[in-house]
Unconditional design. Structure first.
Length: 349
């Protein structure tokens, strides 16, 4: 152990991402039942600082997890379990006391799924530390590929946050290099889809009643599961083509149908449940009306929660933001204006 490694700090910022074709249903080891395609965000991110401190015992993992300055025991237990599973690959994890300090750029009660950005930043800081113990240097491309795979084990969708722009995760016959272990970046997209805006309408800030892990597990005996997995793979393939060709109308159709299909899966599972709120439906109706009346190509998507993501091209930013700020304030609590992002950053502050 070198002096410089004990007390070393590794800081990473990792953005969240919004899935356009949704991952819903998984196998062992966070292997997805279908391929998914997402857009990386810019302003919605988590920053994590990992500090390694020398300790005397090295049999068990010791960690403290602070979120916005306060110890968060609940998340600490989740991270503890996650790291326990990684010790064979990263033996330093039980040779040091690990302290994580994390913050989110978005209000923590905003109901935005933060596990993708949090596990993304945790995976990056672990891998960064691991580089200090390793004699081999690896390429930047390989680093992010490994980070994607490691993040996936904490939260499936986190593996897509490692890349700029659009990312695909899950084996898809039509997309070269796509696989179940880590996500890949889609390097060439049509200018129509570059600099896409995402206004996140916060309909409710409460934590959701049913977690994503329960939702994924309900896909195991779901009557529509097999058809859904085929449909998602077909849509990932089609969306990939659309992102290359620039067809915004088809983009809207797939994006909105995916959001509704995700919630339809929840509504039709054996233990059915409902995450949309009246504000969600009101916002969706207003977005569709606005599109019809103005011809401006905007569309909505949903996460596994009541909040609505509004996607639109930068060219329409002024009109759309005016519409959102004037017409939607009565059904939403807050609007977070975000846009397509460039992926994670190592912080040097
Ligand atoms: O990564 P998880 O296990 O939180 O699942 C995320 C699932 C959705 O956000 C609903 C869809 C997706 O592909 O991100």
């Amino acid at each position: 152990m070198t002096e410089s490694i004990s007390n070393a700090k590794y800081r990473w910022r990792c953005p969240s991402n919004i899935a356009i074709v949704k991952y819903w249903g998984k196998k062992e080891n966070q292997i997805p039942c279908n391929s998914s395609l997402s857009m990386t965000l810019s302003n919605s991110f988590t920053e994590v600082e990992l500090e390694l401190k020398e300790k005397t015992t090295s049999q068990v993992i010791e960690l403290s997890y602070f979120f916005e300055g306060k110890r968060n025991i609940h998340f600490e237990q989740r991270v503890h379990q996650y790291l326990k599973d990684q010790v064979l690959d990263f033996p330093f994890l039980n040779q040091f006391h690990l302290t994580f300090h994390s913050t989110n750029s978005f209000p923590h009660s905003a109901g935005i799924a933060s596990s993708a950005s949090a596990f993304g930043a945790i995976a990056l800081s672990i891998l960064d530390a691991a580089q200090d113990f390793s004699k081999e240097s690896i390429s930047q491309e390989y680093f992010f590929k490994k980070a994607s795979s490691l993040a996936r084990l904490g939260s499936g969708s986190a593996c897509r946050s490692m890349f700029s722009g659009y990312a695909v995760w899950g084996k898809n016959e039509a997309i070269l290099g796509s696989n179940d272990e880590f996500a890949i970046e889609l390097p060439k997209v049509h200018p129509n889809f570059q600099n896409m805006q995402d206004a996140i309408l916060i309909v409710e800030k409460e934590p959701k009643k049913v977690s994503s892990s329960v939702g994924h597990s309900l896909m195991r005996n779901h009557p529509y599961a097999q058809v859904r997995f085929l449909q998602a793979n077909e849509r990932t393939k089609r969306l990939h083509e659309i992102l290359l060709s620039g067809d915004f109308e088809d983009f809207i159709q797939i994006t909105e149908s995916e959001a509704l299909t995700l919630h339809a899966m929840m509504l039709t599972s054996k233990d059915y449940y409902l995450l949309m709120k009246s504000g969600t439906l009101l916002a969706i109706e207003k977005i569709m009306e606005f599109r019809k009346e103005t011809g401006i190509p905007i569309c909505f998507t949903l996460d596994a929660g009541p909040n609505v993501h509004v996607l639109y091209a930068q060219d329409y930013k002024e009109e759309v933001n005016r519409f959102l700020n004037s017409q939607l304030t009565n059904c939403v609590q807050e609007i977070i204006f975000d846009n397509m992002g460039a992926g994670p950053n190592k912080m040097t502050r």
